[in-house]
Design a protein around this ligand. Structure first.
Ligand code: GLU
Length: 465
């Protein structure tokens, strides 16, 4: 019987879903999808001081925007407290855990003494029951913590699916506190119980958790649980080679939505941040879920590359139907107080620009002047509106009044005016661009004129003749 693959994404809701978290979620999701397994969303919200409902929502919004659908959950650790307490009780009963009455003051004194002797500070096991050992007398009024009885001897190792074999000597691992004096379970313990209960087969997470893994494995073993496989992903560095942080701008996934990136482009981009399939750079979700494996994840840090993301985004924008892009642009323009309904059909304007931009924000920026009551700057007018160009444009507008409204006819009218006035193309096209959109560079002038329409073109040019 083959085991069903079960992965999970287990964010702590203390902020937005950031790029690193999204990549972890993507790899866990893709691995489950590849193997026809299950992907579970688990919210690790036990840090009540830092967890917020807004952050939970932000994570869910980010997952939905990226279309990383989960099969089970979201499970919330705060709703599973009874279960954790139950397991703590079982471990106390079996001897896998014990009460420790050492006070914080005693621990401080212990650590200070150890440091004074040049030793690494660690719990000395004074309340750890051993055969033939007499435990200290329970102090009155001290509420105990519960500690896991970590194996004293030997070592714990796992073969990390990204980093290879990793081994820790048990002598390096303290008897971890699994429940606080008020009975609340601690972070590593909740993770263990959840991975066990949720029958996770592959833990795919950031490598900031490597140091937790030996403790978690020891607790899983003490519980008689199957130990999952682990794949620890290296961190993501910013464009500048530094650890990715807020300094790098858009670190929240939803910021990428605001900034005009398509979810498919972000998914494609994130997949390549540390994983590869030969030389393939552009692939669909379907291909990703067909190809994704843990063998081709690089153990070295991945570096963020905005240029590459923009390149991919431009690619995905070109593939997107004009109507979809138009709906997005309409939304962005509405937020800027611009109403594209009073003007040329947005879809046709979009078609002029979609091959020339890298983000949906750039697309909205590009089409916006068509719908604004633009006023070319005095500088541009002074530079380009000469007596010659005015005469040529006056004749052109006449011709536009009578010609068939097609790109070919418009082009022919422009050429006729050039000929009549002995002008070169830019001498007509640039003044026309300045009057139409207040800028000297636009898509092909005949295509732009056609799309803007006779009425709008005539109005904008006449205003300056
Ligand atoms: N909650 C942890 C985090 O957000 C992840 C824990 C895990 O994946 O085991 O970093």
């Amino acid at each position: 019987m083959t085991t069903q693959i079960r992965t999970r994404f287990a964010p702590s809701p203390t902020g937005f879903l950031h790029i690193g978290g999204a990549r972890t979620a993507l790899f866990s999701w893709a691995f489950a999808r590849r193997h026809g397994g299950q992907f579970i969303l688990r919210v690790e919200d036990t840090d009540v001081a830092r967890s917020t409902p807004e952050a939970v929502q932000a994570i869910i919004d980010g997952m939905k925007w990226l279309e990383l659908d989960w099969d089970e959950g979201p499970f919330y650790q705060m709703q599973r407290m009874d279960r954790y307490k139950e397991v703590v009780a079982q471990m106390l009963a079996s001897g896998a855990a014990y009460y420790c009455y050492t006070t914080p003051e005693e621990l401080d004194a212990l650590r200070e003494a150890q440091r004074g002797r040049g030793e690494k500070p660690r719990y000395d096991g004074r309340w750890r029951p051993e055969a033939g050992k007499t435990l200290p007398t329970q102090p009155a009024g001290v509420k105990p913590v519960v500690r896991f009885r970590n194996p004293a001897e030997g070592s714990v190792h796992w073969v990390d699916l990204v980093k290879g074999r990793i081994e820790f000597a048990n002598s390096e691992l303290d008897d971890l506190i699994i429940a606080r004096p008020d009975g609340t379970p601690t972070y590593n313990f909740c993770v263990v119980v959840d991975d066990w209960d949720m029958q996770i087969t592959h833990v795919i997470r950031g490598d900031d958790h490597v140091n937790n893994t030996p403790r978690q494995i020891n607790i899983l073993r003490a519980l008689g649980a199957d130990v999952p496989q682990y794949a620890h992903l290296s961190m993501i560095l910013g464009d500048d080679g530094q650890k990715l942080s807020k300094r790098h701008g858009a670190v929240s996934v939803m910021q990428y939505s605001d900034d005009g990136y398509l979810p498919d482009a972000v998914i494609n981009y994130l997949a390549r941040l540390g994983w590869s399939h030969g030389d393939d750079e552009v692939f669909s979700r379907e291909q990703l879920t067909e190809w994704f494996d843990l063998d081709h994840i690089t153990p070295s840090a991945a570096q963020f590359n905005t240029e590459k993301l923009n390149w991919l985004n431009a690619h995905y924008i070109k593939q997107t139907p004009d109507a979809v892009l138009a709906a997005d642009a309409a939304n962005r323009l509405a937020h800027r107080g611009v109403n594209p309904e009073q003007g040329p059909a947005l879809e046709t304007v979009i078609a002029l620009y979609k091959d020339r931009i890298a983000t949906l924000v750039e697309l909205a920026d590009a089409v916006e002047p068509v719908y604004l009551d633009i006023r070319p700057s005095d500088e541009l007018l002074g530079q380009h509106m000469t007596e010659t160009s005015k005469a040529a444009l006056a004749e052109l507008i006449e011709a536009f009044g009578n010609c068939e409204w097609s790109r070919e006819a418009i082009s022919a009218a422009i050429k006729a005016v050039m000929k009549n006035h002995g002008l070169k193309m830019p001498q007509v096209a640039i003044p026309l661009r300045v009057l139409l959109l207040g800028m000297t560079q636009t898509p092909a002038i005949d295509a732009l004129v056609e799309v803007m329409g006779r009425e709008l073109v005539t109005r904008r040019v006449r205003a300056y003749l």
